[in-house]
Unconditional design. Structure first.
Length: 98
């Protein structure tokens, strides 16, 4: 069952829990985890997704797990897919009956 409201994007967690809480800039975070600042900026601005590579990096930096970051991204992806124009087509698929 999907939540009624769109889940929180991982970028918001980065913005609020890493950048603000730790007083780190996007550029400093990017340098610390070994990526370009534009990648961090894209995620923070909720324009980009969390990749497996980024989940590994953020998990290491924040002493969390990559699965946590991927679960946040998956929740967004599923919610968006279920609220896309194509979802009605998906709902019309008949389940396989053996």
């Amino acid at each position: 069952m999907l939540p009624k409201n769109r889940p929180t994007h991982p970028g918001e967690f980065i913005r609020e829990d890493i950048l603000k809480e730790l007083s780190v800039t996007e550029k400093e975070l990017a340098k610390a985890i070994g990526v370009l600042p534009k990648i961090v900026r894209g995620i923070v601005n909720e324009k980009e997704r969390i990749s497996v590579d980024m989940a590994l990096r953020l998990g290491r930096f924040t002493k969390t797990t990559p699965e946590m970051w991927l679960n946040l991204q998956t929740a967004i992806d599923l919610w968006d897919a279920c609220h896309s124009p194509h979802f009605e087509e998906i709902r019309m698929i008949e389940p396989y009956a053996a």
